[in-house]
Design a protein around this ligand. Sequence first.
Ligand SMILES: Cc1cc2nc3c(=O)[nH]c(=O)nc-3n(C[C@H](O)[C@H](O)[C@H](O)COP(=O)(O)OP(=O)(O)OC[C@H]3O[C@@H](n4cnc5c(N)ncnc54)[C@H](O)[C@@H]3O)c2cc1C
Length: 411
Amino acid sequence: MSRERTPRVAVIGGGASGMMAALAAAEQEADVLLLERQNRLGRKLAATGNGRCNLTNRNAAAAHYHGESSSFCAPVLEKMGVEPTLQRFLDMGLLTVEEADGRIYPLTDHANSVVDVLRFSLDAAGVEVRCGSVVERLEKADKGFSLHLGGETFRADRVIVACGGIAGGKLGGVRDGYRLLESCGHHCTKLHPALVQLKTEGTLTRGLKGVRTQALVHVLRDGHVSAEERGEVQFTEYGLSGPAIFSVSREAVQKGESTIALDLFPELSTDELHGLLQHRVETRPKLCMEDLFTGMLQNRLGRVLVSAAGISGSLPLGEAGDQLWKLAKRAKRFAFPVAGDLGFDQAQVTSGGIRTSEFDPHTMESRVCPGLYACGEVLDIDGDCGGYNLQWAWSSGWIAGMNAGKGTVKC
Ligand SMILES: Cc1cc2nc3c(=O)[nH]c(=O)nc-3n(C[C@H](O)[C@H](O)[C@H](O)COP(=O)(O)OP(=O)(O)OC[C@H]3O[C@@H](n4cnc5c(N)ncnc54)[C@H](O)[C@@H]3O)c2cc1C
C-alpha cells in the first residue's frame, strides 16, 4: 500500500534565487535541502550594488529583460512582482529605501543585511543548509532524482537548479548550472557577458583613470545611434565603466563594431555650448586653453578634451579663434571606438542561458523533465542595470520553490 508524504526538495545553489526558492518550498511544508558549493550562502549577493545591493527596481517589468523569449518573465513578474517581494523582505525584517530611477536598496546600505535576513529566515523555516557542497551530477531516477556530490549521493523528489550564470567568476560564477540542466535534456543558448565594462581603442582613457562624469552615452554603429543611455560614466585604464556604460554594453559589443560617443553636455546644444566657451574667452582672455572648461567639467577631463583635439593647453584663450567650435563639437561627441569588453569575470550578469521555452513560466517546472525546476540567471533571461537581475532571481526563485514544494508525494 502506498503512503503519502511531503516532497523532499533539493535546491542546488545558495545564491539569491536559490535562497528564495528554498524559503518558498519550506513555506509549502516541503522538506528542503539547500546545497551551496561555496563556503557560505549568498557570496555574490553580498557583493552586489558595490556592496549596497540594489535588490530590486520599482519599474521591474518584462520590457527591462532580455533573452530569446524575454516575454517569459511577464507571468513570473506578474505573480511575484516588486510589491510582494518587498513585503516578503519586510516580513524577514529588512527595511528598504527607494532611490533615483526606482532603484531599491536596504536601508542599512549594506548588501550583507539582505544575506543575513535570508539566512535567518532559512534557519527559522527549518531548511537544511549545506555549504561547501558541490553538486557534480544530477540524475533522473525512477522516483525523483539523485544528486551526486564528491563521495555523497542525495535523493530528492524534486530539484531546483539555482546555480546562477558565469558572470562574476571571482564571486562564484560557474558553468555548473548549464551542465546539470543539459544532462537532463535541456539546451543552452550562446552565452555573452552583459552589464560589463568596455575596452576602448587608444590610450585616451588612461589619462582620465578615476574620473567620473554624467553623460549621455550613444552607441554608434555605421554612423547611426543604435542605443543611448544617460547616467554616470567612469574612465578606467582600459576604457569605460559606470552604470550608463553597463547599460549599453550589450549593444556595443554583441552586434559588431561600434563607437561610444559621450555627450558631456546633454542639456546644451552645440551652439549654446559654443556660446558659453566664447563668453569665457571674452571675459578671461588671459587664461590658457587648459582652463577653458574649468567649472564646466572636471579639470582633468577638460584638459584631456583640449589635448585630444590637438590644441596646446598653454595657448592663451584670447588666441583660441575657431578652435572653440572644434572643442564644442568634441565635447558633444567625445568618441571612443570599442575594442571589446572585460569578459565574464568582470560582468555583472550572463546574457543567454538555458532555453526558457523548455520551462513553464507559471511554475518554473521543466517541460522536458518533470520534477525539475530552474530559476535565476541560469535561465536565458537577463535584466537591465538597476536591480532588475535580482528581482528576476527573487521572482523566479519564489515561483519555483512554491511549485516544487507543493503537494504530496506517493511512496
Ligand atoms: C559584482 C556584481 C554586482 C551586481 N550587482 C547587482 C545589483 O546591484 N542588482 C542586481 O539586480 N543584480 C546585480 N548583480 C547580478 C545579480 O547578482 C545576479 O543576477 C544574481 O545574483 C543571480 O542570482 P542567482 O541565484 O541566479 O545566482 P547566484 O546569486 O550567482 O547564485 C548561484 C549560487 O549557486 C552556487 N552553485 C553553482 N554551482 C553549484 C553546484 N554545482 N553545487 C552547489 N552550488 C552551486 C554558486 O556558488 C552560487 O552561490 C550583480 C552581479 C555582480 C557580479
